[in-house]
Design a protein around this ligand. Structure first.
Ligand code: NAD
Length: 254
């Protein structure tokens, strides 16, 4: 019960990694607010974890600010923020990728992370707290996936964002860490549009057994366990740190 008496805010909480983390934090005693653009799904997910479900778009400042106001009115504090909402967006050759497709991925993944942290900081500063951000192996260790340039750039920038804010917020007792998952089966495929990527780049052959651990793909629950560790006092001396969680996938494919 590492989060007894604490309040957590999880973006992208209606599905996949966010939902698994919300469940885990609630199981360990946290009161959890789930924020997601899918209004019906977030309501169901909040019902399941006994928390508050808030619908909104992470790329819209007023939606994120209103959600934190709701949390403060309901519970009067904030201790943990999981900035996790994200989309794959459009994967296409760079000369075919439309400007609004680029902008949309950057708005949700990077601006969304900025807004999620920016609006949390006044609440976190009161007693300190922990932020965990979901980046990816893409843009940090894996560069051989064709067409996902916009996505990978947002994920690389999230690592810099975590390190910059960890430095800035440390004196307020706020830790910021960033996780970089490999392939995890979730709903993220539904947020992907792939066009003309078949012939892009040098063909990469996946060796038999694509991870040194020779396990099946990781699970949202395994990622949630890492999030809970980083958000807890067990990680009290860990900040500004990316952690890859990919079964060693990127030791084989880079
Ligand atoms: P998912 O699609 O299951 O969950 C993402 C959630 O974010 C969804 O509920 C979706 O409705 C929500 N969302 C999307 N756009 C939003 C917006 N504008 N505002 C608020 N909520 C929004 O996918 P997931 O795999 O659980 O993804 C979570 C994070 O993990 C993402 O940042 C993703 O980039 C990252 N990630 C996933 C994998 C993977 O293989 N699944 C690997 C590396 C990183």
């Amino acid at each position: 019960m590492r989060f007894e008496g604490r309040v957590a805010f999880v973006t992208g909480g209606a599905s996949g990694i966010g939902l698994a983390a919300a469940r885990r934090l609630a199981d360990e005693g946290a009161r959890v607010a789930l924020f997601d653009v899918d209004a019906d799904a977030v309501k169901d997910a909040a019902g399941e974890v006994g928390g508050i479900g808030l619908s909104g778009d992470v790329s819209k400042s007023e939606d994120v600010a209103a959600a934190y106001r709701h949390v403060e009115e309901a519970w009067g504090r904030l201790d943990v923020v999981f900035a996790n909402a994200g989309v794959n967006g459009v994967w296409a050759p760079i000369d075919e990728l439309a400007e609004d497709e680029w902008d949309s991925t950057v708005a949700i993944n990077l601006r969304g992370t900025f807004l999620t942290v920016k609006h949390a900081v006044p609440l976190l500063k009161r007693q300190g707290g922990a932020v965990v951000i979901t980046s990816s192996v893409q843009g940090t260790r894996l560069f051989s996936m064709a067409g996902s340039t916009a996505y990978a750039c947002t994920k690389a920038a999230q690592v810099a964002f975590a390190q910059k804010t960890a430095y800035e917020l440390g004196e307020h007792g706020i830790r910021v860490n960033v996780i970089c998952p490999g392939y995890i089966p979730t709903g993220i495929g539904e947020s992907t549009e792939e066009r003309d990527t078949d012939d892009l780049g040098v063909p990469v052959e996946t060796p038999e057994g694509s991870r040194p651990l020779r396990t099946s793909p990781g699970t949202p629950e395994q990622v949630a366990a890492l999030v809970a560790f980083l958000a807890s006092d067990d990680a009290g001396h860990v900040t500004g740190t990316p952690v890859w969680i990919d079964g060693g996938e990127t030791l084989v494919l880079g």
